[in-house]
Ligand binder design. Sequence first.
Ligand SMILES: [Zn+2]
Length: 132
Amino acid sequence: MTVMLDKLAAQESKRALGDGELAERARRLSEQYFDGRARPTSVRWVTNQNTRWGSCTPAEGSIRLSHRLQGMPEYVVDYVLLHELAHLLVPGHGPRFWRLLEGYPRTERARGYLEGVVAAERLPHVPGARDE
Ligand SMILES: [Zn+2]
């Protein structure tokens, strides 16, 4: 049974979440970290966002995540999602905003992961390895 669950977990992490699952995830994160106060009207993946991981329009309550996050570990997606959810409650990045996010235990790890992705993309291609 353990093996089967491990397999399921592995599939789960490789498969991209659908928009519906993304909305459900947002709901759970809001519940867990913000007492359910952040209530987005829509949460969806977008492919036109290459310089930002996520964005939101508080007036509309909409959240968009870059498709580049698809396939990344759940704690990374959660980190970005939680950040955008927090913006529905507090605009800008002042002390009140960061206080909202203090409860998320994997902030440093998620930031490190994303910094690693950005750094890796800036590396020159190894000749022959990727261009063949
Ligand atoms: Zn922000």
